[in-house]
Design a protein around this ligand. Structure first.
Ligand code: CO
Length: 135
């Protein structure tokens, strides 16, 4: 069902400080930077080969990533798997009885289509299914 890991999402308090590490020290090129109001984040997508790291800074405390930071602190927030058909992947997850956060795909970074699975039935990992815009 999943083609590859698309990205690992990392929650950060300070995006510029995080970029100093990931771009500056680790040498990962920034492929894209965007504020995704719908998800309450400012995000930066960095290239690691054909995969990515997604740095997420919450736009406020009352957002999903803001609440995550308050509860857990900075660190790995989610793992995203790439698919060619997000609707089909989501349907299979629903049929398998997994707990969905998104009943239907929504717009993610770089005009991707994404849907999240709840950690409670995804191995305690917040899981994102992503269909890139170029598919
Ligand atoms: Co993501």
């Amino acid at each position: 069902m999943f083609d590859r890991i698309d990205h690992v999402g990392i929650a950060v308090e300070d995006l510029d400080a995080a970029l100093a590490l990931f771009e500056g020290t680790f040498g990962m090129p920034v492929a894209h930077r965007e504020t995704v109001e719908e998800q309450g984040v400012e995000a930066a997508l960095l290239d690691v080969g054909e995969n990515h790291v997604e740095l997420l800074r919450p736009l406020g405390p009352d957002t999903p990533v803001g609440r995550f930071l308050a509860k857990r602190g900075p660190g790995i927030h989610h793992v995203a798997y790439q698919v060619t058909d997000v609707e089909a992947a989501l349907a299979r997850c629903r049929e398998a009885g997994l707990r969905l956060i998104d009943e239907a795909p929504r717009t993610g970074i770089r005009n991707s289509r994404v849907a999240f699975l709840h950690p409670s039935s995804s191995g305690a990992v917040l899981t994102e299914i992503v269909q890139p815009a170029h598919h």
